[in-house]
Ligand binder design. Structure first.
Ligand code: NAI
Length: 397
């Protein structure tokens, strides 16, 4: 079987290239292997660790803190009809390499929002991690969540809390700018998005782990957030997703208080804008990303996913260069938020048209990152080589 990217309407790549995904995971591991470690050995749980920032966190902890890891993710595997999701393959390749390097790596595929997966994880911690974990990274991005107490499924939406706004974006399939709008959110929309992307589930996780007595002394947990610049303010900070992130921040303060007895800490970390499965579909965000990448690459401050997470963990999670804002959030997005960077990014965005955007922004870099999410266009991978799907079917995460 030869696999080519199947691009759907709006630009989503439907199918991953398993061997390309392997190369992407290896690239991130190799980046970490060249660096010194930033911590002594850790036992880590990554909730949402199969792609994007969660995967980079798992790799950074494994190779920067000798961490044994458990990853929770919601992915589907290979069948006669489908090749599986990119996250499925990322889990497999990470585990294969980590085990070769003498680390424990466990994958739980299931709904992180459910009580069952929480209990399954606790059993695994007791069985394989001497009953304790040192760090939990909460990196979920999900369109829906079933509340385990009520059984009701809530849906998150990307809407505006300040009235309907125009939100042009990139159609990555047609490689063109398309006009679009963000509809005004109702109170129900805001509540639903908070239910899915707010802090409730993070809190349930930490409470369940604490009640099971599996949190080690000096335990740390962080949930990832984005804050956004002026250019994305209306769609992000003042959108339903921003409302959910404010809830996440309130949760961090409560969790931080709850963890004092074990000298633990909980905080929200604001990360840099990057291309991931989740972010590529936020209106306006891709245009901002293309302009931002251009400026940050020119200034030599651009970081890809693993570079951003490595710096966050090395300097701010385990190091002594933590940047904290007035709401106690850790600001690893400091280079993106630099005043000059923002000014230059805004200048590019103001000039962007359907005709010139590829030339004046870093569309090529943004698009490359987008293809990499599914393992395409990676140097050294022969895409004309047939994939042995029967051999791949024998691999389990
Ligand atoms: P992603 O889409 O690459 O990863 C999401 C992860 O969540 C995957 O591992 C997926 O399997 C897992 N997941 C989703 N639903 C699940 C469920 N029900 N049960 C178990 N696992 C489930 O997303 P990305 O972009 O890495 O986002 C992670 C976090 O980082 C989000 O909170 C996001 O807001 C934040 N962030 C993202 C930025 C960006 O530019 N991409 C910037 C700053 C923060």
């Amino acid at each position: 079987m030869i696999i080519k990217p199947e691009v759907m309407r709006g630009g989503l790549v439907k199918n991953p290239h398993p061997i390309g995904c392997k190369a992407v995971v290896e690239k991130q591991i190799n980046y970490m292997k060249k660096k010194s470690c930033f911590s002594d050995k850790k036992r880590a749980l990554i909730i949402g660790g199969s792609s994007g920032y969660g995967l980079a966190s798992r790799i950074a902890l494994a190779y920067g803190a000798y961490a044994d890891t458990i990853c929770i993710s919601f992915e589907s595997g290979i069948s006669d009809k489908r090749i599986g999701t990119a996250g499925w393959w990322n889990n497999i390749w990470f585990k294969e390499q980590a085990e070769k390097d003498g680390l424990i790596a466990k994958n739980i595929i299931g709904d992180a929002f459910s009580d069952e997966v929480k209990q399954q994880t606790i059993s695994l911690i007791k069985k394989t991690f001497d009953g304790k974990i040192d760090v939990v990274i909460y990196s979920l991005a999900s369109p829906r969540r079933t509340d385990p107490k009520t059984g009701i499924t809530h849906n998150s939406v990307l809407k505006s809390t300040i009235g309907e706004i125009s939100a042009p974006t990139l159609d990555l399939n047609k490689q063109t700018i398309v006009s679009g709008k963000m509809l005004e959110a109702t109170k129900h929309d805001i509540d639903e998005t908070i239910k899915v992307m707010g802090g409730e589930d993070w809190q349930l996780w930490i409470e369940a782990l604490k009640d099971a007595n599996v949190l080690a002394q000096n335990f740390k947990t962080t949930a990832y957030s984005y804050d956004g610049a002026d250019a994305t303010d209306a769609i992000y900070k003042k959108g339903t997703i921003g409302a959910a992130k404010r809830h996440l921040e309130k949760t961090a303060l409560e969790l931080n208080y709850m963890l004092q007895g074990i000298h633990g800490e909980a905080f929200v970390t604001v990360l840099k804008a990057l291309v991931t499965k989740a972010s590529a579909f936020i209106p306006l965000f891709p245009l901002y990303g293309c302009a931002l990448f251009k400026v940050m690459k020119q200034q030599g401050t651009h970081e890809n996913t693993i570079e951003q997470i490595d710096r966050f963990m090395r300097d701010m999670m385990y190091g002594n260069k933590r940047i904290i804002d007035e709401t106690q959030r850790v600001r690893s997005d400091n280079l993106e938020m630099d005043v000059n960077t923002q000014r230059l990014t805004n200048e590019i965005m103001a000039k962007m048209t359907a005709e010139n955007f590829k030339k004046i922004s870093d569309f090529d870099g943004f698009y490359q990152d987008f293809l990499e999410l599914n393992g395409f266009n990676i140097e050294g991978v022969d895409y004309n080589l047939a994939i042995d799907s029967e051999a791949l079917k024998t691999k389990q995460p």
